[in-house]
Design a protein around this ligand. Structure first.
Ligand SMILES: Nc1ncnc2c1ncn2[C@@H]1O[C@H](COP(=O)(O)OP(=O)(O)OP(=O)(O)O)[C@@H](O)[C@H]1O
Ligand SMILES: [Mg+2]
Length: 144
């Protein structure tokens, strides 16, 4: 199932993310695609807030990922932007973060991660002029 939205502000993108996140369950992996500044981290911020995290969501810069506490599950937030591809060593790191108890968000601009285990949705964000963003959410599998 595909859902499309267009937003005109970061708050609007975060609100769509919040609504989206209410349909996630522990173990779900969400991949976020889109160019630099397209709003991937803003989307994760909205989603993490809806899942009960009250702290600050920032792009993991030095570490590959952060873990936040939510109401009913931990939230993993990974940013793989600088990886051109995922090798075996990265897979091990991914496995450590993407546990079945967590809800995971992975910022990753490339295609290949689409076969991640437990992939639940792919969110694609695109610049559409100034503060406009086009958002496409592709739900994977039956439960959408
Ligand atoms: N409609 C919008 N939705 C989301 N962000 C917007 C929107 N309009 C403007 N912005 C701005 O665009 C920027 C999005 O930054 P963000 O860090 O979320 O992008 P990103 O895709 O995570 O980038 P990176 O690839 O560097 O991680 C923010 O500065 C935000 O304020
Ligand atoms: Mg980001």
């Amino acid at each position: 199932m595909t859902e499309t939205f267009s937003t005109s502000s970061p708050d609007e993108t975060a609100a769509i993310a919040a609504n989206f996140a209410e349909r996630l369950t522990p173990g779900d992996v969400v991949v976020l695609r889109g160019e630099l500044g397209s709003g991937k981290t803003v989307f994760v911020r909205g989603a993490a807030g809806a899942l009960g995290f009250r702290g600050r969501v920032t792009s993991p810069t030095f570490a590959i990922g952060n873990v936040y506490s939510g109401d009913s599950a931990e939230i993993a937030h990974l940013d793989l932007y600088r990886l051109a591809e995922i090798d075996v060593a990265d897979e091990a790191v991914l496995d450590d973060f993407l546990t079945p108890e967590r809800i995971a968000f992975v910022e990753w601009p490339h295609d290949e991660l689409a076969n991640a285990e437990r992939l639940r949705a792919v969110v694609a964000l695109e610049h559409a002029g100034e503060d406009q963003r086009a958002i496409e959410i592709n739900w994977i599998g039956e439960r959408a």
